[in-house]
Design a binder for this molecule. Structure first.
Ligand SMILES: [Zn+2]
Length: 185
């Protein structure tokens, strides 16, 4: 991620958003790296814009040195990540999928209502969510080094392929928490 590297909060937020999408690893990693970057970047910028807007409304200084600005920004990032993470409680993959499939414009992520992020589900949709939940059997931290930066801060998700009817196939999706590199094995 090459955006505003001098602002650690933004770098951290980009990583968190990317990790939240990785909970939906199968769909997320089907996108090109550039597409993933564009989406993560747009959501993060949407949170910046929202924080600027709120600061202007309440007469606060919209800068990274302002605690109020940072507070609004971080709350927006957390809200986005919670709604994107399909493993977080009471959430489903709809918002995540809608962004991946281009049904929601990530540039306007913070304007999307909670209802549109997670409308109540039909039984059929619940079944699909259950399958997706079962799909993620393991999420843990590995001791292996990142293929790109070499840091041993890699987490991984194993997908048994059950939802695809491929019981024998297990794919592992690795994410480096240092440089955000993603790979599949
Ligand atoms: Zn790395």
């Amino acid at each position: 991620m090459n955006l505003d590297n001098h602002i650690p909060e933004r770098n951290l937020a980009l990583k968190k958003i990317n990790l939240a999408f990785t909970s939906n690893a199968y769909e997320w990693l089907n996108l090109q790296k550039e597409e993933r970057y564009t989406i993560v970047d747009a959501i993060e910028r949407s949170c910046v814009k929202r924080a600027i807007k709120v600061c202007r409304k309440y007469g606060r200084e919209p800068t990274w040195n302002c605690d109020y600005f940072l507070g609004v920004y971080n709350r927006e990032i957390v809200r986005q990540c919670n709604n994107l993470d399909i493993n977080s409680s009471l959430k489903d993959a709809q918002y995540n999928n809608d962004i991946i499939e281009g049904k929601h414009d990530p540039k306007h992520a913070t304007s999307i209502s909670s209802y549109r992020m997670n409308p109540s589900n039909t039984q059929e949709e619940r079944d699909i969510i259950d399958i997706k939940r079962n799909q993620k059997v393991v999420k843990k931290y590995s001791n292996i080094p990142c293929k790109k930066c070499g840091e041993k801060k890699v987490s991984f998700v194993q997908d048994t392929g059950r939802s695809l009817g491929l019981d024998e196939i297990t794919q592992t999706y690795y994410t480096c928490n240092e440089c955000n590199h993603l790979w599949v094995r």
